[in-house]
Design a protein around this ligand. Structure first.
Ligand code: ATP
Length: 318
């Protein structure tokens, strides 16, 4: 059973009771807390957007739950046994920052952090990841027993897992090397991996993923409801986390091979002329994209034949 906050447990008890409702006493007895504590949690849930009716004898009845990426809504939807806890809040600075704090404090593998909104969401190289309410922002702590060099393809493993999770939710996303989820050449989501390692072993990896669900923040962004009009944000967040878990497990068992197949099938760059730049914006390679290598590098066809690019930012050359 996934570990959740008391507030999430009260939300789950209300959801389980359905239209019949449940008394505050019954919830208090079930959770081993006081009746006053239950009413405080109900007040906090209302502040989060839960509509909860209260009647003197019938007790509490959940009328509706908010459509948001909050632990109360995402936690109960997680299916993969990797997930042991779902933390987070309606608003955080960055789910990756919270997950890193947990990782440094020795949180075990399988702890996730979710938020409905980030005030300082980040992409690669400290770039801003716009994170307005209505998106799915998730991070998690992984502790793979591998050497740092073996972690190179992890970003694509996660991208493939996220794509698979989105597919399960009805969204066919493309993958743009090395860390973007795409719809029609517009960015649907991004992935940010942060890692702590010693010379010979990875200590932790924090995986973050932001997906636009209800709307995209700018004209270059895509969002899930373009593809699935009724998609619920918490369903998308849970599908993304479960997709990451499945891809991660497969990577530990079978290496990068299965994820590579998924990446190649969803590759939005294949066959197109691209430019690769480094962090300073200097062009490091140009060629026609030809998939990814068996260790996750971008393959480019150039005048002198095929070559590999390990890192960089890719733009299409028109
Ligand atoms: P590239 O723009 O080439 O994909 P990148 O992969 O290094 O660069 P990321 O770190 O994935 O970039 O994401 C940051 C960039 O994504 C920002 O600079 C901005 O252009 C764009 N962006 C930021 N927030 C969003 C969002 N919510 N949806 C779509 N695009 C976004």
């Amino acid at each position: 059973m996934i570990s959740t906050s008391r507030r999430a447990q009260v939300a789950a008890a209300l959801a389980a009771a359905g239209p019949a409702g449940v008394s505050g006493e019954a919830i208090a007895a079930d959770l081993g807390v006081s009746r006053v504590a239950v009413s405080k949690h109900v007040a906090a849930l209302r502040a989060l957007g839960y509509k909860i009716a209260a009647a003197p004898r019938a007790g509490y009845r959940l009328e509706s739950a908010p459509d948001a990426c909050i632990p109360e809504e995402v936690g109960p939807r997680l299916r993969d046994p990797l997930w042991i806890a779902c933390e987070g809040a309606a608003e955080v600075t960055s789910t990756n920052d919270d997950a890193k704090r947990l990782a440094r404090a020795r949180a075990p593998e399988g702890v996730s952090v979710v938020a409905a909104r980030q005030t300082a969401g980040r992409g690669r190289l400290g770039r801003v990841w716009e994170s307005p309410a209505g998106g799915a922002y998730v991070s998690c702590v992984l502790r793979p027993a591998i050497a740092p060099a073996e972690a190179a393809p992890l970003s694509l493993v996660v991208a493939a897992g996220v794509a698979r999770g989105l597919r399960a939710a009805g969204v066919d996303a493309g993958i743009k090397w090395p860390n973007d989820l795409m719809l029609d050449d517009r960015k649907l989501g991004g992935i940010l991996l942060e890692m702590s390692a010693e010379a010979d072993r990875v200590e932790w990896v924090v995986v973050g993923c932001g997906i636009n669900v209800g709307a995209a923040p700018g004209p270059d962004g895509a969002f899930v409801r373009e593809a699935v009009s009724g998609a619920r944000v918490a369903e998308i967040a849970a599908a993304v986390l479960d997709g990451i878990a499945a891809g991660y497990r497969e990577f530990l068992q079978d290496g990068f091979g299965p994820a590579r197949v998924e990446v190649l099938a969803r590759d939005t760059l294949a066959g197109r002329p691209v430019t690769v730049r480094d962090a300073a914006g200097v062009i490091v390679a140009e060629g026609v994209a030809a998939g990814v290598s068996d260790s996750g590098e971008l393959l480019l066809d150039g005048a002198g034949g095929q070559f590999r690019v390990a890192a960089g930012e890719v733009t299409l050359r028109c």
